[in-house]
Design a protein. Structure first.
Length: 170
């Protein structure tokens, strides 16, 4: 498993396509656990905060995200299948984003400050997650990926830089 990037035109076309709905019956729980484990390792190895299925070549609507808390407790890990933004705040915030599929690039993106996402967990159970601030930003970035939208489509002040100076990517 590897992260696909916009540097390859065929991969960019795939990244810019809306993903198919995730169908749980197409995967055994063992297969799904292995995919999530591999995606999480890949995300961590590349200093990412989130990773959508299509970023690793899987045409299915799901993403993972991991949020580290300030109090040094274990990070909160999310795997959301067939996600939908149910509600979002009027309040928006500008912040810097990067992306594992667009290496060495960052830009300022305006996102909703709070959202409610519905979908399913890895067991097919319905879930609803209230997300705010950085978690809301990560979720919106990943849901954009699943809809074929890249952060550079929305970003201002896009910069290409030394990867060590970039923020964690989604």
């Amino acid at each position: 498993m590897k992260i696909i990037t916009v540097q390859n035109k065929k991969d960019e076309k795939f990244l810019r396509s809306k993903t198919a709905p995730f169908i749980f019956s197409n995967f055994s729980s063992k297969e799904l656990a292995a995919i999530l484990k591999n995606m999480r390792k890949l995300m961590k190895d590349h200093n990412g905060a989130g990773l959508a299925a299509n970023q690793v070549g899987i045409n299915a609507s799901f993403f993972i995200a991991e949020l580290f808390t300030k109090n040094n407790s274990a990070p909160k890990f999310f795997a959301v299948f067939n996600p939908q933004i149910e509600k979002s705040s009027e309040e928006k915030k500008l912040d810097i984003e990067g992306c594992l599929s667009i290496p060495e690039t960052s830009g300022i993106v305006e996102r909703r400050k709070k959202i409610i996402v519905s979908g399913f967990d890895k067991n097919g159970k319905k879930i609803k997650i209230k997300a705010s601030n950085i978690l809301a930003r990560i979720f919106q970035h990943e849901i954009d990926h699943l809809n074929g939208v890249l952060f550079t489509d929305k970003a201002k002040n896009i910069r290409h830089a030394d990867p060590s100076s970039l923020p964690p990517s989604a």
